[in-house]
Design a protein around this ligand. Structure first.
Ligand code: AGP
Length: 617
């Protein structure tokens, strides 16, 4: 959570840092700030305040900062309310060091007590402020800023990515990471620091990803990386393939809508990359990878899928897919639970699949570390190149969905699903659980998904109308069965996170065990009922809801006459084998949530209290 940008070079620092913050606002947006070294005054000047980056922009228009060395931050509050005092950057006592921080310092109370005794005074309620004071403490004991930062970093417990500079060494910008992502962007006579790639895409595509417990010193024409012991580390930069256009709204009212509409292209790209001459290719798992040889994969006894939020729902769908296609037991669990209790169930015959858009989700990373300690192989399904998860897994399957900016995951969800379908078919080949013909049939069906998605997206009007009609409902229930039970969970999550309407997802078979008590004329119930072997069971559920005056919105297969007779609000999706229906069902669910949130005038891309990547526990 929180966004960091840092710059050292010759350009207008204020403009560049502000631009970077705007690209990072999805990471946190309750307050923001900037510190710049003023060449003329040979001092640090600071602007910060509560609210969105827009507020900071207005302030900077009135009171600009001129300089080419600086740091900026957009905050997602953990310690202390989101007000001006708690906004970053924070300064040391003398105002000679400015620092921004992402993460949580777990031992900040102890450090604060120690520093208070040494006459340090604190201005904020944040955990962050102790870092800059700790650095100050060492700085005035004859250490360079680099060495003082290193000494301080070694004393911190918890997670951090920090960026800082001092007016006593204005040719240096320093960064350090432990548990929170930080990247270095390389330019010509200029260098950048950021918590995420989009912040610097306008200026460079050459990026170095810092590893755990590393410190970097940036000068205009030099970058030096060391570990916390001071040993030099050599690392080649990688070239980022994302374009700036991909990370922009391009005329859409919200990133979320843009990203929903991108899904057919994203899935087409995955299919093109993975299916060649009727074969399924996962080069990253093949003989080139010593740890995950196909032989070994074919021998695994069980699979654990770990993930959070939407990625967890993709994992739940993955459980249905893998169990039915590969005849292997699969347990899908939220990472925050797995990390504390399930890891003892795994051993070297277990495959762990970690799913994460950002690759920085703290609980998922902790689960992967646990699993590896137990001897399991870990494959990650991830969207962000070079993220921590990708570096800590035995093999990585990228979703290549492009940057997802809206806090609500949409295109990365269906991209994760598509990878899971293809991976399951790949494993089915290795384990010989399906015939060649069956696999070919399934591959043909998967190739039909992008055009079928386009068909849904070509008629947004009906979904928009239904959404508008129901936007005043105080709560929603989402029901599905079998492989669409996770779809129901995901539909409910989408709605609640962006419209703030309480929404619950349930397996329709569980209705009579409790949720049916909720049904009355004030309850909107979204029933996922595509053509399937459990169609009649779902139909009975709908009858039961209707007879209790619940307002049903059905998501059904085209040409379904029975449902038309029973329910007035129907969203049709093209016909598809039930197994693949989550790839289609997801779209009306996402669009419903989107249009309801727009109608309720919610901040769709940056819902309250949320952040795109959850890098703290
Ligand atoms: C999705 O709409 C949510 N914003 C959230 O549940 C998200 O999926 C979850 O935080 C996991 O993030 P990750 O995929 O980056 O690990």
């Amino acid at each position: 959570m929180c966004g960091i940008v840092g710059y050292i070079g010759e350009r207008d620092g204020q403009k560049l840092l502000l631009n970077g913050l705007k690209c990072l606002e999805y990471r946190g947006y309750d307050s923001s700030g900037m510190a710049i070294y003023l060449e003329k005054k040979k001092a640090i000047s600071l602007r910060k305040l509560s609210g969105k980056v827009k507020n900071l922009e207005v302030l900077l228009e009135k009171k600009p900062l001129f300089g080419s060395l600086g740091i900026a931050h957009t905050r997602w509050a953990t310690h202390g309310p989101p007000n001006q005092l708690n906004a970053h950057p924070h300064l040391d006592c003398k105002g000679e060091i400015a620092l921004v921080h992402n993460g949580i310092i777990e031992n900040y109370r102890e450090i604060k007590q120690m520093l208070l005794k040494e006459t340090h005074t604190f201005r904020s309620q944040t955990d962050t402020e102790v870092i800059v004071h700790l650095i100050e403490k060492f700085y005035y004991k004859d250490a360079s800023l680099e060495e003082a930062t290193r000494r301080a970093a070694k004393l911190l417990k918890g997670s951090f990515a920090i960026a800082l500079f001092s007016d006593r060494e204005p040719d240096k910008l320093i960064g350090a990471r432990c548990g929170s992502p930080l990247i270095v962007g390389l330019g010509d006579k200029e260098n950048f620091l950021a918590s995420d790639v989009p912040a610097i895409l306008d200026y460079t595509k050459k990026v170095i990803f810092l590893e755990e417990n590393e410190l970097v010193v940036l000068e205009k024409e030099r970058v030096k990386i060391t570990n916390f012991e001071g040993e030099i580390i050599k690392r080649e930069p990688v070239n980022i393939s994302w374009t700036k256009e991909e990370a922009q709204k391009q005329g859409f009212p919200h990133f979320m809508l843009k990203e929903i509409l991108e899904q057919p292209q994203v899935l087409e790209k995955i299919l093109e990359q993975r299916i060649k001459d009727s074969g399924i290719f996962f080069e990253e798992l093949g003989s080139s990878s010593p740890v995950l040889l196909s032989k070994k994969l074919s021998q695994i006894k069980n699979i654990f899928i770990v993930a959070c939020g939407t990625a967890y729902h993709a994992g739940l769908v993955g459980k249905y897919i893998l169990e039915s296609l590969c005849r292997i037991p699969v347990l899908a669990e939220v990472s925050s639970e797995f990390r504390y209790h399930s890891s003892f169930l795994i051993d070297k015959d277990t495959l762990v699949i970690a799913i994460s858009q950002s690759g920085e989700t703290a609980d998922t990373l902790a689960s992967v570390r646990q699993a590896k300690m137990q001897g399991a192989e870990v494959i990650s399904i991830c969207n962000v190149l070079g993220s921590t998860l990708t570096r800590e897994s035995d093999a990585v399957i990228y979703t290549h969905a492009g940057p997802e900016i809206s806090v609500a995951s949409t295109k990365t969800y269906t991209a994760q699903l598509m990878i899971l379908y293809l991976f399951a078919l790949y494993l089915a080949v290795l384990k010989e659980t399906l015939s060649k013909d069956r696999i070919n049939d399934y591959l043909e069906m998967l190739k039909q998904i992008p055009p079928k998605q386009r068909q849904i997206l070509s008629n947004l009007k009906i979904i928009r109308e239904i959404a508008r009609k129901h936007s005043h409902f105080g709560s929603f229930l989402y029901l599905g069965r079998n492989i669409n039970y996770p779809s129901a969970l995901e539909g409910a999550l989408k709605l609640k996170e962006i419209s703030y309407i309480p929404a619950e997802g349930y397996a329709a078979g569980e209705m009579k065990h409790g949720p049916i008590a909720l049904i009355d004329e004030y309850r909107a119930v979204v029933c996922i009922i595509p053509e399937s072997k459990l169609y009649d069971k779902m139909l009975s559920n709908i009858q039961e809801i209707k007879s209790r005056s619940g307002k049903v919105i059905a998501i059904a297969s085209e040409e379904d006459r029975k449902i038309k007779e029973l329910v007035s609000q129907v969203i049709y999706i093209p016909k598809i084998e039930e197994l693949f229906s989550p790839l289609l069902v997801a779209l009306p669910l996402q669009l419903m949530a989107y249009y309801i949130a727009v109608k309720r005038k919610c901040n769709v891309d940056q819902p309250r209290n949320l952040a795109k990547s959850v890098t703290v526990e």
